[in-house]
Design a protein around this ligand. Structure first.
Ligand SMILES: *[C@@H]1O[C@H](CO)[C@@H](O)[C@H](O)[C@H]1NC(C)=O
Length: 243
């Protein structure tokens, strides 16, 4: 048997941590510089305008940041680092099996698995079920505050807080299928979801993985994928009829 002493375990952990920091640092610094220059309002206006004119179609609402919003703060840097770390360690990758994490139903508080609670009711209900997993707040009122946030929601301290906030969301879009992440944030971690992210799963595999929101969040990409899928289904059916 190989016995590893406590000292070398600590050493290995420290090395792993250092390696992680080195890998994530360039991306993080770039984001930090971006946030810093976005605090110059004349630059912010230009960047937002350019982003608004980007590839996104009418489905993709432009990223809105009002002038009163400060972008470069300790809390924002913390949030960006956390999001990049989650993205780096996520389990969900295109072509691989979809993590089947635990979630909680908003209405009856039942514990379910993410792959078991997808349901229809979107304009693509004929080809796909849908599910919205509400994770931790991107802009809690006691964290990276956003003056553009429609609600003042502090960080969820317990499952009740998260359920209450998800109820708000459900009341905005009644009838949609909404569940919440558990308090260990396992769905958020598995899917690298923070701040927000879109996925398409098929046969329990990830077939589409959107970019990290807000800048990588593209409803138009999702729509294109689904339209193409529907089109392929129809043409394969037609082919069968021809036989
Ligand atoms: C999950 O997220 C909440 C914030 O909504 C945080 O308070 C909690 O500590 C997180 N849990 C873990 C295990 O990181």
């Amino acid at each position: 048997m190989h016995v590893v002493s406590g000292g070398s375990v600590q050493m290995a952990l420290a090395l792993k941590h250092a390696a992680l920091c080195l890998m994530l640092l360039p991306r993080f610094l770039l984001a930090a510089v971006m946030l810093w220059i976005l605090d110059f309002l004349c630059i912010r206006k230009k960047v937002l305008l350019r982003m608004g004119q980007g590839e996104g179609g009418p489905d993709d609402p432009p990223v809105c940041v009002s002038d009163s919003n400060k972008m470069f703060t300790l809390e924002s840097l913390r949030a960006v680092w956390y999001g990049q770390k989650l993205d780096f360690f996520k389990a969900a990758h295109v072509g691989h099996s979809a993590p089947n994490t635990e979630v909680v139903a908003v209405q009856d508080r039942q514990t379910l698995r993410i792959l078991d609670c997808m349901r229809g009711k979107s304009q693509y209900a004929d080809i796909a079920d849908s599910l919205l997993v509400y994770i931790e707040e991107a802009h809690p009122s006691d964290g990276w505050v956003s003056s553009d946030a429609p609600y003042q929601i502090p960080k969820h301290r317990c499952i009740e807080d998260r359920l209450r906030a998800a109820q708000l969301m459900l009341s905005e879009v009644p009838g949609s299928q909404v569940v919440i992440d558990t308090m260990d944030n396992s769905s958020n971690a598995a899917y690298g979801a923070y701040f927000e992210r879109l996925y398409i799963l098929r046969d329990q595999r990830v077939v589409y993985q959107g970019g990290r929101g807000p800048e990588g969040y593209r409803i138009s990409e999702l729509r294109d994928w689904l339209e193409q899928y529907r089109h392929d289904l129809v043409s394969s059916k037609t082919a069968v009829l021809h036989v």
